[in-house]
Design a protein around this ligand. Structure first.
Ligand code: HEC
Length: 151
């Protein structure tokens, strides 16, 4: 009997704790997501600065590799319930990500080959090819931000 009551108490506790825990996890997902994009953005800004200055692109390979590493998992960081407007979350991820997941996934997949081309152009040391690849990569960022990220 005592055990049964203790069990009930535990169940009641879990009943209230579970949603709180879920919310905390989504908050952590959003924080990590934003930090990851921010780091990719900082790297991309530095890479683009070298392109604008017509500098030696070979020094940017490491940054591009870091951007690639981020985009390898970025698509997995958008679980249901993490859209802009969700209670307690500070995010610019638009609901369109979840209503048009195929379009969002396609925009994410498109980043892969752009970054491979960018890294190859940077490693080759060819300034003109590098500048063109930076343009193409930046365009692919915008192709996702326009429909799927709030201003
Ligand atoms: C497939 C979609 C997609 C692609 C591709 C994409 N982004 Fe984003 N990006 C997003 C979304 C969605 C957010 C909003 C995330 C949030 O607020 O939770 C974001 C946020 C950001 C942020 C703001 C981070 C912050 O401080 O909150 C930066 C900077 C950024 N992206 C840079 C880039 C760059 C640079 C590229 C290209 C190399 C890129 N993104 C490609 C979807 C994308």
């Amino acid at each position: 009997m005592k055990l049964w009551i203790a069990g009930l108490g535990l169940m009641a506790l879990m009943g209230t704790a579970a949603p709180v825990l879920a919310q905390t996890n989504l908050g952590a997902v959003v924080t990590e997501r934003r930090e990851g994009f921010k780091a990719a953005g900082d790297n991309m800004t530095a890479v683009a600065a070298v392109a604008r200055a017509g500098g030696d692109p070979r020094g940017t390979v490491e940054r591009i590799t870091a951007i690639q590493a981020w985009f390898a998992t970025a698509g997995t960081r958008f679980p249901a319930g993490t859209q802009q407007g969700a209670a307690g979350l500070d995010t610019r991820a638009l609901p369109a990500i979840w209503t048009d997941r195929a379009g969002f996934d396609a925009a994410m997949t498109a980043m892969g080959p752009r970054l491979v081309a960018l890294r190859e152009a940077a490693a080759s040391g060819n300034v003109a090819n590098f500048q063109a690849a930076v343009q193409a990569t930046g365009a692919a960022c915008g192709d996702c931000h326009r429909p799927y990220r709030a201003r």
